[in-house]
Design a protein around this ligand. Structure first.
Ligand SMILES: N[C@@H](CCC[C@H](N)C(=O)O)C(=O)O
Length: 289
């Protein structure tokens, strides 16, 4: 393997959300969308999201992180991935509290241990242009969007919010009662979402808890989506369905989300290390879908 074309990676997961971390802090390389999709297509380096550490741009931050989905598209936020990045950086720099920059801004990370990493995911944005939506909706707690028969919609009136990436949350009585694998792709690419959207089903289980399943933009059904947990938590609090701090149960486990009084969203959860490997760029092949 040619050293110039081989890049070490770490395979981790956040509640089963498959994360690959590549450290390019000593390099000028930036992955293309095709390269990212090809890395995801390889069984050994498969990911829901790839978190790529680049040299820091903003003083006081440890790295500028770019986030890639399975299809090669870039995302502004990835909660589970940011906890994985936090774990790796804490071990590397020997500090438990630091700042990391993403397209969504500078985010504080606090690493207690592998079971408890908190990422400040920033402030939610509720304006229709910020999400973004294709047309004006004044109240984004529930927008006019439905699928299914007009008089008996299967899903309707989602809350929408941007937490660094766009989310739509449909409120249901039972998250298991829907085929999100079938409905998700239609809604992700609905014309009302010009940048597509992450699509979640959320069930309020108590004033302090939610159950959540997510079809992720650019990645499909995942075991957990941290930013969706944040989006659902702030939307539930905004609709007065829950308090501002909730436990969110995802297929892969539980995240704690607190919408603090200063408007920032604090997400806390675990990470798991799986294995290390090497990406051989010279061998990547990708057949576009
Ligand atoms: N799994 C992530 C979300 C990743 C980004 C998303 N698919 C997008 O394109 O916005 C998380 O844990 O937040």
């Amino acid at each position: 393997m040619n050293a110039a074309s081989s890049l070490p990676f770490v395979k981790m997961n956040g509640l089963g959300n498959e994360i690959v971390v590549v450290d390019l802090r000593e390099s000028a390389k930036v992955f293309t969308a095709d390269e990212a999709a090809a890395i995801a297509a390889d069984g050994k380096s498969h990911f829901d999201q790839m978190m790529v550490l680049h040299p820091a741009k903003t003083p006081g931050t440890e790295s500028l992180v770019r986030i890639y989905n399975t299809d090669g598209s870039e995302a502004g936020a990835c909660g589970n991935g940011m906890r994985c990045v936090g774990w790796i950086l804490a071990n590397d720099i020997g500090r438990k509290q630091f700042k990391v920059e993403t397209r969504a801004g500078v985010l504080d990370t606090v690493v207690r241990d592998q079971t408890s990493i908190t990422v400040d995911m920033g402030e939610p944005r509720f304006g229709w242009q910020d999400i973004p939506l294709a047309e004006e909706f004044r109240d984004t707690r529930a927008i006019e969007l439905q699928i299914g028969p007009i008089d008996r919609p299967v899903l309707h009136s989602p809350s929408v919010v941007n937490v660094g990436n766009p989310h739509a949350i449909f409120w249901v009585d039972d998250v298991e009662a829907y085929d999100l694998g079938r409905l998700g792709p239609m809604l992700e690419c609905h014309p009302v979402f010009p940048e597509r959207a992450n699509i979640s089903l959320a069930q309020v289980t108590s004033p302090r808890s939610l159950r959540l399943k997510t079809w992720e933009r650019g990645a499909g059904l995942t075991r957990a989506c941290g930013s969706a947990a944040c989006a659902a938590a702030v939307s539930a609090a905004r609709k007065r369905l829950t308090e501002r701090t909730v436990d969110v149960t995802l297929p892969g486990g539980v995240l704690n989300v607190a919408w603090a009084d200063n408007n920032r969203i604090l997400m806390t959860g675990p990470v798991e290390f799986e294995y290390e490997g090497v990406i051989d760029l010279s061998k990547l092949t990708h057949a576009p879908a």
